[in-house]
Ligand binder design. Structure first.
Ligand code: ZN
Length: 163
């Protein structure tokens, strides 16, 4: 369990109600690196995220609030140095905002639940969407498909049956 989950009472993989909190509160509950990227629109160093090379099967969540963002099967090797995906889990997973900072016309992507900065989306991705969601690994939490399945099984029945 990450540091975020311990201190952060809004963190949930199932609650989709919007999260509104003051920046002061976020600063108190989030680890420093997460706060910097999520709330101050920072960018992690390229190639610094272990998710960049990962091809494990599972789900990527917002590290700030737990909102499900991307499935591993939409992740691809973009070579840009940040974890890259071509499609979010659902339309409401992500909020899109024009970003004209640093003399570039880009589209910023923020979490649909807590509005934390995640990264940017570009239109040079692979089919079927042609999009490249370039996301800071620091603001992602990953849960392996197997773990998710086991959690689900335990909740569902609680029988000790293995196959
Ligand atoms: Zn979030």
């Amino acid at each position: 369990m990450s540091e975020t989950e311990k201190k952060n009472h809004v963190y949930s993989h199932t609650d989709s109600s919007k999260v509104v909190m003051s920046e002061e509160e976020w600063q108190k509950i989030l680890p420093k690196d997460v706060y910097h990227i999520a709330r101050q629109k920072g960018t992690e160093r390229p190639w610094s995220s272990s998710f960049e090379k990962s091809n494990e099967v599972g789900t990527y969540y917002c590290a700030v609030c737990g909102n499900p963002l991307f499935k591993s099967d939409t992740k691809f090797e973009s070579g840009c140095g940040w974890p890259s995906f071509y499609e979010p889990i659902s339309k409401s997973s992500i909020i899109y905002t024009p970003d004209n900072m640093h003399g570039m016309r880009r589209t910023e992507v923020t979490c649909g639940r807590c509005k934390s900065h995640l990264g940017h989306v570009f239109d040079d991705g692979p089919p079927p969407t042609g999009l490249r969601y370039c996301i800071n690994g620091v603001v992602l939490d990953f849960e392996k498909a197997k773990e998710a399945e086991e959690n689900w099984k335990n909740n569902e029945q609680g029988t000790g049956k293995n196959d």
